[in-house]
Write a protein of this length. Structure first.
Length: 96
């Protein structure tokens, strides 16, 4: 399954309800797992980003749909990066 690193920043709305962030993340994780996603980890961080998640998604369209659902809630903005493990990277290099 494709793997992604998602960097989140709270919106003003998300900051107003910051005490619910752990519950919101659990709810999103549960909904996404029902859609075939696997959450490797979710971490609240200090610095430029507020939350970092590592996710495996069934495919790119599913990942986009999941991110649309999160964005529609209005609590965070995100930046998503496709992440390749060593085997995937070596296959890509072998094709170059």
């Amino acid at each position: 399954m494709p793997r992604y690193v998602v960097l989140y920043r709270f919106t003003d709305q998300g900051l107003k309800s910051i005490k619910d962030t752990v519950k919101r993340a659990a709810d999103v994780r549960k909904a996404n797992e029902a859609r075939g996603f696997k959450t490797i980890g979710t971490y609240w961080t200090q610095g430029q980003y507020d939350i970092v998640s590592v996710i495996e998604a069934p495919d790119e369209e599913s990942m986009s749909a999941g991110l649309f659902n999160i964005a529609a809630a209005g609590n965070v903005h995100s930046e998503t990066m496709r992440a390749y493990d060593e085997t995937e990277m070596q296959r890509a290099l072998d094709r170059a």
